[in-house]
Design a protein around this ligand. Sequence first.
Ligand code: ASP
Length: 333
Amino acid sequence: MKKRILLIATGGTIASANTEDGLKPLFSSQQLIDTLPELSEFCQVDNFQLFSLDSTNISRDHWLTIARTIEERYGQYDGFVITHGTDTMAYSAAALSYLIQNSPKPIVLTGSQRPINLSTTDAKMNLLDSFRYCCDDRSSGVSIVFSGNVILGTRARKINTKSFQAFASINYPYLAVIQDNHIIRYLDQPKSTQPQFSHQLSDRVALIKLIPGITGDYLKYFLERNDALVVESFGVGGLPMLEKYGFQQAIDYAVENGKTIVMSTQVQNEGSDMTVYQVGHHLKTQKSILEAYDMTTEAVVTKLMWILATTSDFKRIKKLFYKPIAQDILARD
Ligand code: ASP
C-alpha cells in the first residue's frame, strides 16, 4: 500500500515567481505537485494551499493554524510535508515541535533557495527527498529536509542565505542524509503512539542581541512589554558588570515583576556555559534567570511561547524549560 501524504503549502521561494517587485509566492500547491510526476510511483499525495506568504510574514498565528490543519487531518494521512520559505523555517519547525509533540507520523518542512520553475532549482530534489523521508516507516516527529540533510525540528538554523545548503543542525547530529533516493539514517527517533497537540502560544516573548556598550535600559524596555526576554550574549554567556552599564537594575526589575530572562549566546555552535566567567557566574544565583545551554535561539523563543501560554509561575516555567522536548536540550541532571 502506498503511503498517503498531505502537502501543505505556505509560500516561500519554492512557490515564487519573479514580479516587478521581486520574487513573490505565486505557484499553488497543485502546481508544485505537478512538477513531480515521479511522486506517484511511491506515494499518494493530496495537497492543501494554506497560505501564499513569504515566510518573513509568518508568525505565531500561522504556526497555530498549521498545527490545527495537521491535527484536523491527522487520522487521514501517514505523514505531512509543509512547503515553507527558508527565512523563518527554523522558527516554524521549532514552534511545530512544541505544538505537536511525540508525533508517530512524520511532519517534514521543506522549501528551496531557488524557485521551482527555474532550471537550476533545488526545489524538486528537496520535495522528492521530503516525500521519500515521509514515506519511510522509521520516520516520525517534526523535521526539516533540505539539501539532502534531515534535521530535527528543534535543532535547525539557517546558515546560508544563497547556496543550496541553507540549514545546519546545531549542537546535534543530523537525523539522516538522503543520497540518490536512499535514506541513510544516523539516529532513530523515539516512537510514541499518540501525538499531543497544543493550541496556544504566548505573544509576550522577546529577543535581544547584545552589542558592546549596550546598557541595561534596553533589557528593561523589553521586559516592561513582555513576560520573557531571551538575551543573546557573547561567547559562553554573561552580562556587562560595570556599574555604568546598569544591568543589575534590569535584573531587579525582572525579579520584582515576575519576568523570565533566558541567557543565550550569539555564537552559533556549542552553546552557553555561564559558570565559566565571573560575568556569567554571578547570574546563576539570580532568580528569574535561566540559561539556554545547547538550545538554538529559535527553539528557546518558541519553547518560551509554548510554556508561557500555560503558566506564569517561575518554578513551573523553569521546570518545563529544562525538560527536554523533541531533543531540544540535552538532559542536565
Ligand atoms: N524570503 C523567502 C521566504 O522565506 C526565502 C526562501 O524561501 O528561501 O519566504
